[in-house]
Design a protein around this ligand. Structure first.
Ligand code: PEP
Ligand code: MG
Length: 744
């Protein structure tokens, strides 16, 4: 049973078009379930359309359609559950469509295909003899429908991608708003087998390159084969081992090398050999041998990928580009030259992942969850990224480009309006002063980070400079970086957070493999397990801080008071050692903890006895309170910092801190969002830390609201039952006060 399910799912997933996939699906399901008829209906504009059948009349495909309120197929979709009937004809919802010629069928089983709560279609099996389908048969069809939902959804999307006037439009989720117009740079997409014929300058050098690419491709194939072997799928494993053999010297691998010896560049050689063999195989009569052409293509692309993109990104494009990739991580973005990055588009990734936060901090528009984006060749094509509306347009017409250029100008003017007030203090209409700080550390050029209007740096994420190294930075290297940050802030305070790697922030030279990285070895946990590294970082911070008063040290991911106590011991040790070594008296910095693990919320009285301040990390607090991985697109709709429980937690955090005389601020993304900032100020927070892109907007907004009005809004927000209602209340407030223009 399991094998049959796997075979059908794999065959359907491998199909290139929706029509091919559905045809395969009905044929194979009918066969597997030994029924006389299998059909699939897809939901289009609230109607179920017969989209493929094996058993009903073919001419009805695409023509028979019914609303959800009609027929038994509609019933399965409407109720979102299986309908299993011994004799469909006697059911009151039975509806006869003469054109499908289903008169002879009586036994009827329909199962809805549902993707993320949404009905995508219905799969139906039928038989002439009246009988109830067995529990096992029903379970089989339900399993199949659940497995196929994602494939069908994605093929449906692909089919829907091309629309208006040959204009290709992809849809995705906004991770960072804004509009960009630039050419696409696709990483990890389909590599074209057709490479230019270029003669090589050094045969020896090109031979080394092609040999290395072949051996890396072989290693990858071995790893895949071993993985299938471990999963006891020996048949699949053998396909990959056979593939690997084709790269041997006696086979294609040798051909590539010989082509280089004939004077071609490695890429050209692989391309030439592949195309030559593909043509030869395609010309053969034997269908089995004909199909081998696709193996040659796949191998050629694998080796070319190793030649063209061996490691993620080692080159700098000439002009700014929109980076398109399966996924980007914080390191990749931190490494990419900012002035060459116009936008980011990824197939995977969540809007609260660190890469998304980084994109927002960089002020770069970004879309995530853009399905099919890698299956279409958009490399080097002109793109318009409209992250405000979650859209990516490919090869737009000059008129469309002009329209977006105008929108970019309007956005820039609005930003200018906000920036013009940045030097004025963030004070509400009724005189409440709010201090706005900067979240920094994400940009490599730190100097440009320090906006004049900020009251200081509220969060300096030290992990980013660590990510940019090939090994742990030395003490001297760290001192230099931290000194630069302190200098750039002038005499304003700087909150430096100790290393918060783990989760979705890996260090390239310190890989951590865990099943649940966000619940694992992260932040202070890792630092305390490596005192040698932790002490080095503390020493570097203390020396950079010197005798000044600017530096404050912040600890990430604290879940236990012991972690604070141990840190203070290490800090004492580093401080005493340095005072002796330098024969001087350094300033002992204030120390604080991130409030991001909910447990700490209930121990703030004890926390207050140990540290000077608390910084609320609303990103992780949301993730851990709601049990939603901030990086997982399957549950991203559940990640919402406006959830009333989060708001209550934030209010409680503030009240507790005030009660215990603890200085408190918020440095999560919420603080930089217009609604978030309004709520936090309403609660009584007076210190918000945010990325530079948000600073001017939030300052401008807060200068136009009054604290007492906000207080009333807060009371309502704390009493409603979900995040959508909270946002509705805030929307109405901004509308009433003509503030909507500031929101986006
Ligand atoms: C947070 O969790 O809110 C926070 C600011 O830290 P980070 O996003 O770096 O995990
Ligand atoms: Mg955090």
């Amino acid at each position: 049973m399991l094998n049959t399910l796997r075979d059908i799912t794999q065959a359907v997933a491998a199909a290139n078009t929706l029509t091919a996939a559905l045809s395969l699906l009905v044929v194979q399901t009918k066969h597997a379930m030994a029924t006389q008829c299998c059909s699939i209906y897809l939901l289009e504009h609230q109607q179920l359309v017969l989209s493929a059948t094996e058993g009903l009349h073919q001419s009805a495909v695409g023509h028979v359609r019914m609303p959800l309120t009609e027929g038994l197929v509609g019933l399965a979709a409407e109720r979102e559950e299986a309908v299993n009937l011994a004799d469909a004809r006697i059911h009151p919802r039975f509806k006869l469509f003469p054109e499908v010629e289903e008169e002879e069928y009586r036994a009827f089983l329909a199962v809805p295909i549902i993707y993320q709560k949404m009905v995508v279609g219905v799969i139906v099996v039928q038989q002439p003899n009246p009988r109830q389908f067995s529990e096992g048969e029903e379970a089989f069809l339900m399993t199949l429908a659940a497995q196929l939902a994602v494939v069908i959804r994605s093929l449906k999307n692909k089919a829907a991608i091309t629309n208006v006037q040959d204009q290709v439009v992809f849809n995705g989720t906004t991770a960072s708003s804004g509009i960009a117009i630039a050419k696409g740079l696709v990483l990890g997409g389909v590599i074209s087998l057709e490479q230019a014929d270029l003669a090589c300058e050094s045969i020896e050098h090109e031979t080394t390159r092609v040999k290395l690419a072949i051996s890396r491709s072989k290693d990858m194939l071995s790893a895949i084969s071993q993985r299938f072997e471990r999963d006891k799928a020996e048949d699949v494993a053998s396909i990959f081992s056979a593939f690997k053999l084709l790269l041997d010297d006696s086979s294609l691998g040798g051909e590539y090398i010989r082509e280089v010896a004939a004077g071609w560049r490695a890429e050209s050689a692989v391309s030439r050999v592949s195309i030559r063999y593909i043509d030869q195989f395609l010309a053969m009569d034997d269908p089995y041998l004909k199909e081998r052409a696709s193996d040659i293509r796949e191998l050629g692309q694998k080796v070319l990928r190793q030649l063209i993109e061996p490691d993620r990104l080692e080159f700098e494009p000439e002009t700014p580009v929109i980076l398109v990739a399966k996924e980007v991580d914080a390191t990749m973005l931190a490494e990419f030259p900012r002035h060459k990055l116009a936008g980011i588009v990824t197939k995977l990734g969540g809007v609260n992942a660190h890469a998304a936060i980084l994109a927002r901090a960089l002020g770069v528009p970004a879309l995530v969850g853009v399905e099919q984006v890698l299956e279409t060749n958009i490399d080097n094509k002109l793109l318009v990224l409209n992250a405000n509306r979650g859209q990516l347009l490919v090869s737009p017409s000059p008129a469309v480009v002009a329209e977006y250029q105008a929108l970019i100008r309007v956005d820039a003017e609005k930003q200018k309006r906000f920036s013009a007030e940045l030097s004025l203090p963030a004070k509400t209409l009724d005189g409440k002063r709010i201090h706005l700080y900067l979240n920094a550390g994400l940009l490599s050029g730190i100097e440009s980070d320090i906006a004049d209007g900020a009251d200081g740096i509220g969060l300096y994420r030290t992990e980013i400079p660590f990510m940019l190294h090939q090994r742990f930075p030395s003490e001297a290297e760290q001192i230099k970086v931290y000194q630069r940050v302190l200098n750039a802030a002038g005499d304003r305070p700087v909150v430096m957070r100790t290393l918060d790697v783990g989760g979705d922030k890996p260090l390239p030279y310190f890989p951590i493999k865990e099943d649940n990285p966000f619940l694992g070895w992260r932040g202070i946990r890792l630092s305390l397990d490596h005192p040698e590294l932790f002490l080095m970082q503390l020493r570097a911070m203390l020396q950079a801080g010197g005798k000044g008063k600017q530096l404050q040290i912040l600890l990430p991911m604290v879940s236990n008071l012991d972690e604070i106590d141990q840190t203070i011991e290490y800090l004492d040790q580093a401080y005493d050692e340095l005072n002796i070594e330098l024969n001087s008296m350094l300033t002992r910095p204030k120390i604080g903890v991130m409030l991001e693990v909910p447990a700490l919320l209930y121990q703030l009285d004890d926390v207050a006895k140990r540290v000077d301040f608390v910084s609320v990390g609303s990103n992780d607090l949301t993730q851990y309170l709601l049990a939603v991985d901030r990086n997982n697109p399957n549950v991203s709709s559940l990640f919402d910092s406006y959830h009333p429980s989060i708001l209550r937690a934030l209010k409680r955090a503030l009240d507790e801190c005030l009660l215990h005389d603890l200085d408190v601020s918020v440095c999560g993304e919420l603080a930089g969002e217009p609604y978030g900032a309004l709520l936090l100020v309403a609660m009584g927070y007076t210190k918000l830390s945010m990325n530079q892109a948000s600073l001017a907007r939030i300052n401008y907004l807060l200068r136009r609201v009054s604290h007492s009005q906000l207080n009333q809004v807060l009371t309502i927000c704390l009493s409603v039952s979900n995040a959508a209602q909270v946002k509705q209340v805030l929307f109405e407030f901004t509308q009433q006060h003509q503030l909507e223009d500031i929101l986006h």
